[in-house]
Ligand binder design. Sequence first.
Ligand code: AMP
Length: 188
Amino acid sequence: MFNLILFGPPGAGKGTQAIKIAERYGWIHVSTGDILRSEVSQRTLLGLKIKAVMEAGILVSDKLLIEIMESVFRKNNTAGGFVLDGFPRTLNQAKELDRMLVKLGTKVSLVLSLDVNEEELVKRLLKRSQDQGRKDDTEEVIKNRLVQYHKHTKPLIEYYEKKNLLKNVRGVGSIDDIFAALCKSIPE
Ligand code: AMP
């Protein structure tokens, strides 16, 4: 089982690239943002609870994310691999992920970090708000999401660097060029 984490700030292109990687390698794409958005749009009990938090650009609780990921792994325990997009986002989530993977007899295989400068991130997110109308892509909320990234998620770089699992990939350029660079970093 190959467990790839696609890492990066909001707007780095994780979703776009994760879909392409999953397709090429036959792995399962797990976007926690998509899972949570679907709960909100279906107005489930959970969705109603997290709607305001998500729309404010704040992270949803670790406890909930861990429950979601446990269920994803339980349902797909024969998968050849996973591309994790948007998880883990806190140190606690990263540690819990390690624990979940040990239970499955596997571990994080690689973390590919998409590097994009902040100015470009904001530009992309504002464009996405016009194209897709995501409620959390407004200027105010984008600011919050970047703050959350710097505060809670960025420390994971060091966590995975220490484990020798992190590779940086330039996230600026055409989608195909970035995809090619990502694939080059994935062992055959
Ligand atoms: P994304 O589509 O990955 O940008 O996620 C959209 C929103 O979903 C985030 O701003 C958070 O509110 C929530 N979210 C997604 N993944 C996580 C996670 N791993 N931990 C906490 N909140 C998350």
